[in-house]
Design a protein around this ligand. Structure first.
Ligand code: AMP
Length: 457
């Protein structure tokens, strides 16, 4: 299969040794609720991993959590809250959001603050090798020592000057970036250079080195991270280990935009995942994200989300009709249409698209076309039981890859969920009998959030 590599700007054959891949994707800086732009990136990588696993590859998917950073400290000051309490509160919100979106393939989340020894060790190594130096304000990476700086972004050192690097007269060159920031104010960690905390770039290479070693297979993140973050990671790790390349493949997701501008917290044009999920189901958002290739920009609008909702409904209706048909007794012994060969062509198209740099929009449009063909053959009762079962199996496989359901049965819930609902409604009846309207209303409202409506009769 082919994967686009940002380093070479080409689609390359994905080489897999011993059927194993190590993947690292930059995780969030947890100082606020995550927005749907973040979700776009993490849903994309979730599907990439699901597909690799479907191909039988064992993927170890690692993500860091930036739980200490300027933004966290500033927000904590505004709130009068402890910075680590704040970041761990929003980390939990992030993990809850990911679970709701069915993003569930990360094997390990590594907090920066739990890897201080590794971070300090890597900085020490860089100082010993002459790539970093200590000043009154911090320890800095000396960019002039790393000849290839900028090889991922193809940008040169002068561009670094225009990025958000702190002005600091103790640095040899304004472009040098911080590995360790000295500070006496909490939260700080002890280090050979005094109290302080790590710079942003070093946490990732310290974390990946400790789990994967100095070299691994795939590194991912959003497009905005290529420069200077990923270029800085390359410089740090290749300088520290003397080995290159840091990774074989660099994969980057396009932005989720609003009226042509990147959705971001700093621009204030964001919608949180929680807000979105009040209006749309997680499955609709996944479908919406996957309708565009992971490297292309998506322009967010309610219209496009509504279209996604309708398309998904039509696909799920077909899934439901296939299941219902299977329960009928009057199925033909043999297919009376060419639906079996349509199924083979659809599978070929779908998997070829996914093999071609995870081309989900092509894969989805072939799924959509195939459901039209099924609908017609179902109406005319032309599909045998054997073919219906093959269709269900294929749909189940695709559900696992894309992470939304196609086969939705009409059953209103399992026995257990019905029994639980009975218990909840009984308790609510008791509350109403005791005139505890507040609590009774709260239960009704919470159930409404789950699309369960209660009517008092
Ligand atoms: P941050 O918490 O800002 O470091 O972002 C976490 C991840 O989400 C990074 O990989 C970003 O590139 C990605 N990201 C942030 N905003 C967007 C957006 N509008 N569209 C797509 N990805 C985004």
């Amino acid at each position: 299969m082919k994967v686009y590599n940002t380093m070479t700007r080409e689609k390359e054959d994905l080489k897999v040794v011993n059927n194993k891949l190590k993947l690292f994707v930059c995780g969030p800086t947890v100082y606020d609720y995550s927005h749907i732009g973040h979700a776009r990136t993490y849903i994309s990588f979730d599907v990439i991993v699901r597909y690799l696993k479907h191909k039988g590859i064992s993927v170890f998917y690692l993500q860091n959590i930036t739980d200490i950073d300027d933004k966290i400290i500033n927000r904590a000051k505004e709130n009068g809250e402890d910075p680590l309490e704040l970041s761990h509160r929003f980390e939990k919100e992030y993990l809850d959001d990911m679970a709701l979106l069915n993003v569930n393939n990360v094997n390990f989340y590594a907090r920066a603050t739990e890897h201080m020894d590794e971070i300090i060790g890597q900085i020490q190594n860089l100082i010993e090798k002459g790539y970093a130096y200590d000043t009154e304000t911090g320890v800095y990476f000396d960019v002039s020592k790393f000849e290839d700086f900028g090889k991922l972004s193809n940008r040169n050192l002068d561009d670094l000057q225009n990025t958000r690097i702190e002005v600091d007269t103790t640095k040899k060159d304004p472009k040098d970036f911080a590995l360790w920031k000295k500070q006496d104010e909490e939260p700080y960690w002890d280090s050979p250079w005094g109290k302080g905390r790590p710079g942003w770039h070093i946490e990732d290479t310290a974390i990946t080195e400790s789990y994967f070693g100095p070299q691994y297979n795939i590194h991912g993140g959003g497009l905005d991270l290529i420069f200077p973050h990923h270029d800085a990671e390359i410089a740090q790790m290749e300088a520290a280990s003397g080995k290159e390349p840091l990774v074989e493949y660099w994969m980057h997701t396009g932005f989720l935009n609003v009226r042509g501008e990147k959705m971001s917290k700093s621009l204030g044009n964001f919608i949180t995942i929680k807000e979105l999920l009040k209006e749309y189901s997680p499955e609709v958002y996944r479908f919406f994200v996957l309708s565009t290739h992971y490297r292309s920009p998506i322009d967010f609008s309610d219209d496009i989300l509504n279209q996604a909702e309708n398309s998904l409904k039509r696909i799920q209706n077909t899934g439901k009709n296939v299941l219902e048909k299977l329960n009928e007794e009057t199925l033909p012994e043999e297919d009376e249409s060419d639906i079996a060969s349509e199924l083979s062509s659809f599978k070929k198209e779908f998997f070829e698209a996914m093999d071609n740099d995870f081309n989900t929009p092509i894969a989805l449009s072939s799924l959509f076309d195939f459901t039209h063909k099924i609908n017609k053959s179902l109406n005319d009762n032309e599909i045998s039981e054997k073919t219906l079962i093959s269709i269900v199996e294929t749909f189940k496989n695709i559900e696992d890859i894309l992470g939304f359901s196609i086969i939705v049965s009409d059953d209103s819930g399992s026995d257990l969920s019905n029994e639980l609902l009975d218990i909840i409604t009984d308790v609510r009846q008791d509350l109403r009998a005791k005139k505890d309207w507040d609590l009774a209303d709260k239960i009704r409202d919470n159930l409404a959030d789950l699309d369960i409506s209660l009517e008092d009769k």
